[in-house]
Design a protein around this ligand. Structure first.
Ligand SMILES: Cc1cc2nc3c(=O)[nH]c(=O)nc-3n(C[C@H](O)[C@H](O)[C@H](O)COP(=O)(O)OP(=O)(O)OC[C@H]3O[C@@H](n4cnc5c(N)ncnc54)[C@H](O)[C@@H]3O)c2cc1C
Length: 801
């Protein structure tokens, strides 16, 4: 179908797309549409022959973030218009989708989804069980409490879709080569320079790797880690059934782990069972084309039971087959889109986690945009391939994790939910100590980090007041009134050294990096558009030696960004594992210098750092605070961390976990990357203009100078109702108008009220402005504060009280 008339491989192509599934076809189409008319696609079998051909191909718009939702909305528009453009049908059926709830917590979940849909401008409404039954008459609805109805959703024919995309791409000059597997990827000086096939080598500077479940191995050919691993994925197909005529909406019964739709007059009943079945991709082999995996009725049986409950008519249906096809998953359930950290020019579009057809149109557009323009068209940090540590790419960890990822696809997204598999991949230097202190751990970038201490029982997840509420409150009290120890060792630590370090960092970072040694500088790294790529705290240890502290999960991304912008006379080293950092915070730090026989600590001014000894341990102490209480962050060799902890503990220090720290940073209005800011946010929007050095030239400066005044701004909201449990990502209303969304939320123990950060319309960013926050369909009143909820002048952290 797709072979080009001229099937001689070119010796060079601006872009080579590898893989002819929906991701590869969409990327090729969008590359050609963007003017990359010599782009080629290499497929080792036939197009669609991997996972795409047997997809259930439902397209449901709502995702967890605005931009991921926008990618699917783009797909919906594209799928609705491709036939007119190309003459090739895509089988787009727009019958909407229906998500039912059969328990109270699921009702909260779907109400949150409905609120999110309104925030993102997606059509969705809550309907009654009766109205749901009208839309799906075969459904047993006695146990249904309510449903969300989304009229714009639909489904597509995946093979026809790919045929249309290919037609559109070829009409603009792009070419497809089937039966042309890529056997090697050539790199030079850390950059892509060619692909090898059995039919010859094609020189290229850019590759779009869209190889589905085979991506881990394919990326390894370019020295790139891609933590993608497949699971078996099942749906049942029946012969035609009375009661099914024409097309119906897609029905999701998430409590029953099921999705259901009509198929040629019969039923298609698919599942995301609680624990999936992983499969080694090497077992499938390279010639796995248009193939399926064996039926597994024992595994499907509990789902069949649920399906019979939801659709009693299924009992009399004649089964056509139990389709079992492989699909790829990643350790956090989101796909990979963007340039790889390790090798410039290798762009990933893979690991689609069961939304490849829904997202494919938009994701292919975004990937092509990224390759042509150097960045995606909107912030896509949730799918940035650089978000995983090496430990996450371990085969054992992947094989353990992906069955749970498949299962969590339909789980209720309770706050505080943690993964139960592939834990302990990386531990902090004080891990054993934290185990002894009965820490409840959360996993970030592979690290186990204490969320709170003194866990007595396994917490039960819920949407109202959390099981850990009182314990976190007690830890905040330690920081506010005593001596708290925070473990910051997972923060990425990057050293930049050399004669060119100052000039290079002064260009890459937005703040003044020429300050003399001993100064701490909070800075941003902006992209060329002035969007916030990263935030970091920088120590200048000597004239030619800087130590950068970056977010735990940002390390790989920030190292890649720095490496690509540093010149030869500045060297970069990731020293994260060499050093531990313990924060010691609270009013009792006033006596700590004396107690530790380290009076030098007291001489360090605010936002300064100094080296010294504490009982023979070499420490770099920095005076700053992320939680708003006075203290230092003490960095020592990882091997010395336990001894330092014992000294701090003997002086009265008690450990506090990251939930207490989060509550306190929100009260202080301090941002967290990925929550409150990302590349769509400029410093002015986030109230971070103080981190711009107007005297120097830095990346993004020109864009900021030409930018119009921001229309949104980050502010604090304090809610009146002490029982409100905001989680972030909720709509904020003024009267009946949505004026923005919450970005971070917690109970603020020091102010005694729920506190949120929110990005709101500029006109509403006025102290005392009344607003309401929609939390699962209930509106909670609150007031805007254009500054921190707690200690707005920052007197406590400066020790000025
Ligand atoms: C049963 C089932 C139901 C699903 N239902 C839905 C749904 O309702 N909605 C939805 O959105 N998604 C659904 N999905 C998921 C969706 O089908 C996938 O996410 C999507 O098809 C993945 O597309 P892809 O292009 O990433 O991978 P693939 O379609 O697998 O394409 C990858 C291609 O790369 C080729 N390749 C690999 N290595 C090389 C190499 N070295 N050289 C050249 N070519 C190579 C392979 O041959 C293959 O053709 C479902 C999946 C399954 C299994």
């Amino acid at each position: 179908m797709a072979n080009t008339e001229n099937n001689i491989l070119p010796s060079h192509a601006s872009v080579v797309v590898i893989g002819g599934g929906v991701m590869g076809c969409s990327t090729l189409y969008h590359l050609a549409k963007s003017g990359v008319t010599d782009a080629i696609l290499l497929e080792r079998n036939q197009v669609t022959s991997g996972t795409t051909w047997h997809s259930a191909a439902q397209v449901r718009a709502l995702r967890s973030s605005h931009n991921l939702t926008d990618l699917i909305r783009y797909s919906i528009q594209l799928y609705g218009s491709l036939e007119a453009e190309t003459g090739q049908q895509v089988g787009w059926i727009n019958k909407g989708s229906l998500s039912i709830a059969t328990n109270p917590d699921r009702m909260v979940h779907v109400r949150r989804q409905e609120a999110l849909a309104r925030l993102f401008g997606v059509a969705a409404e809550m309907i009654t069980p009766g109205e749901a039954k009208e839309r799906w008459p075969l459904m047993h609805s006695d146990d249904v409490l309510g449903a969300v109805w989304s009229p714009d959703d639909g489904r597509v024919s995946p093979s026809d879709l790919c045929a249309a995309l290919i037609k559109g791409a070829k009409s603009r000059g792009a070419r497809i080569f089937e039966q042309t597997g890529v056997t090697g990827i050539q790199t030079k000086n850390g950059r892509i320079c060619g692909v090898e096939t059995k039919n010859g080598v094609i020189k290229t500077e850019k590759i779009a790797l869209c190889t589905g479940l085979w991506s881990r191995r394919a990326a390894a050919m370019a020295g790139v880690e891609v933590p993608v691993w497949p699971c078996e994925h099942f749906y049942l197909l029946t012969k035609p059934l009375p009661g099914i005529s024409g097309n119906l909406p897609t029905l999701s019964d998430h409590d029953g782990h099921l999705y259901i739709r009509d198929d040629s007059g019969g039923l298609l009943v698919g599942c995301f069972e609680p624990m999936g079945k992983q499969i080694d991709p090497d077992r499938l082999g390279e010639d796995f084309a248009f193939q399926l995996l064996p039926e597994d009725w024992d595994h499907f049986e509990p789902m069949m039971h649920n399906a019979l409950h939801r659709l009693p008519a299924l009992e009399h249906a004649e089964v056509k087959m139990l389709l079992n096809g492989p699909e790829s998953f990643t350790p956090d359930g989101s796909f990979l889109l963007g340039e790889a950290a390790e090798t410039a020019g290798l762009f990933l579009g893979c690991g689609m986690n069961s939304v490849g057809v829904a997202t494919g149109g938009g994701a292919g557009m975004a990937l092509a945009h990224c390759m042509v323009n150097g960045a995606p068209p909107m912030d896509l940090h949730e799918v940035d391939p650089k978000r995983f540590d090496t430990a996450c790419n371990d085969v054992g960890a992947l094989a353990a994790r992906v069955p749970e990822v498949l299962g969590k696809h339909y789980e209720i997204t309770y706050p505080g939910r943690q993964w139960s598999t592939a834990r302990g991949l990386r531990v902090l230097p004080l891990h054993q100590k934290w185990v002894e202190e009965k820490a409840h751990f959360g996993q970030v970038f592979g690290y186990e980090r204490p969320l709170y201490f003194n866990k007595t029982t396994e917490p039960v997840l819920r949407f109202d007041k959390a099981d850990w509420f009182d314990q976190v409150g007690a830890e905040v009290d330690i920081a506010q009134n005593g001596l708290a120890i925070t473990d910051l060792s997972s923060f990425g630590k990057i050293e930049v050294t050399g004669a060119g370090a100052e000039a290079a960092l002064n260009y890459i970072c937005s703040n003044d990096m020429t300050r003399p040694p001993g100064h701490l500088t909070y800075s941003l790294m902006l992209n060329a558009n002035g969007g916030i790529n990263a935030d970091l705290t920088v120590m200048r240890l000597s004239k030619t030696h800087y130590r950068l502290f970056v977010g735990t999960a940002a390390l790989k991304r920030d190292v890649a960004w720095l490496s690509r912008h540093l010149s030869g006379d500045a060297l970069l080293a990731d020293v994260t594992d060499h050093y531990a950092t313990l924060g010691v915070m609270g009013p009792k730090t006033a006596q700590l210098g004396v107690a530790l026989n380290a009076a030098w600590l007291d001489e360090i001014g605010y936002f300064k750092h100094a080296d010294g000894q504490i009982d023979g341990i070499a420490v770099t102490a920095a005076r700053l605070s992320y939680i708003g209480e006075a203290g230092w962050e003490l960095t020592c060799r990882s091997d010395d961390a336990l001894q330092l902890y014992h000294l701090l503990s003997a002086a009265g220090g008690r450990p506090i976990g990251s939930l207490a720290q989060t509550s306190m940073r929100i009260e202080k209005g301090f941002i967290s990357y990925g929550h409150d800011v990302d590349t769509d946010v400029t410093p002015a929007m986030a109230g971070l203009a103080f981190a711009l050095d107007t005297k120097s030239d830095f990346i993004g400066k020109q864009a900021l100078q030409n930018a119009p005044a921001p229309v949104k701004r980050l502010v604090t909201i304090i809610l009146d109702d002490l029982n409100a449990v905001p989680l972030g990502n909720e709509p904020v209303m003024h009267e009946d108008r949505i004026i923005g969304k919450t970005t971070s939320a917690a109970f603020g123990y020091r102010v005694g009220q729920p506190v949120l950060l929110a990005m709101l319309d500029h006109a509403c960013c006025v102290d005392g402005q009344s607003v309401s926050v929609d939390i699962a369909g209930v509106r909670f009143n609150g007031q805007v504060k254009c500054g921190p909820a707690y200690d707005p002048e920052g007197r406590r952290m400066r020790n000025a009280v």
